[in-house]
Design a protein around this ligand. Structure first.
Ligand SMILES: [Zn+2]
Length: 155
């Protein structure tokens, strides 16, 4: 039986994969998104808010996608969201993500406005329902990068 514990060794033997084939692509922070990544490392979810029109963009862009102004402020998000849609990945992913199978890719709606692409963690995918309440959690995927992810609010 193939398990996540030995899938790397099997892929190395059967397909000739090398350890670097399992390196994950990492986000590359830009000057205009650095506050988001700095905050995530400190376990805070922040969002970029335009000081001209009030629009909140995520992911953070160089300028406001509503009015094109560059002036912005960073606001701390509530850390709450609702599940808009999700997919459970069970196969057919890049080698770097095979050890995580199955995992949940999701679109989550933040009460502040943005719809974020992320992962749902800490629950059985069978228990997921669109519209369910979520709370943010943080995953240190490297010394530099912490990813906000989401888990269901336990009732
Ligand atoms: Zn704006």
């Amino acid at each position: 039986m193939i398990t996540n514990m030995n899938i790397r060794e099997i892929l190395k033997q059967k397909l000739g994969c090398k350890d670097e084939d399992f390196d994950r692509p990492m986000p590359v922070p830009a000057p205009w998104s650095m506050p988001f990544w700095d905050a995530a490392r400190k376990r805070k979810l922040v969002l970029k808010k335009c000081t001209c029109c009030g629009h909140i963009d995520h992911p953070p862009y160089l300028y406001c996608t509503s009015c094109s102004e560059e002036e912005c402020e960073w606001i701390e998000a509530s850390g709450k969201a609702t599940l808009y849609a999700y997919a459970v990945n069970v196969y057919g992913v890049p080698f770097a993500f095979m050890e995580d199978l199955p995992y949940v890719l999701a679109l989550v709606d933040l009460p502040e406005g943005p719809r974020m692409i992320s992962n749902i963690v800490g629950c059985d995918p069978k228990d997921l329902k669109n519209g369910m309440e979520l709370k943010v959690v943080f995953d240190d995927v490297s010394p530099e990068i912490t990813l906000p992810k989401w888990k269901p609010v336990s009732k």
